[in-house]
Write a new protein. Sequence first.
Length: 117
Amino acid sequence: MNIKSNLKYIWLAIGVFAMSLMIFLWFGYDSQNLQNTILVLNGLMLILSLPCSLFAIPVVVLANYYLEINPVSTEGIYLNTFFLFILGFMQWFWVIRVWSPIEPQLQMLDLLTGKSK
């Protein structure tokens, strides 16, 4: 396995774990340790899904400015986790196929022999 596929599965494990912890937070198991754990997982998701996760920074800043959602509050954790999960999922399972495909995008034609590869 190459490093890109390992990073994809590491990101997926962190993302699913963060989303499952967010469900605990949703059902009222509100503690500071749980919030800190989710914030650390959000930081890891941000790092592992660079460069697409850079789009999350303006969203968090605008949500803080216009909607007055503090990024480390419960509502901010919901927003951060969900948005980072969507961005990372798009990067690792949709955009990565365009950036570095396994198979060639176009067929190579050998015009001299008439065979295509």
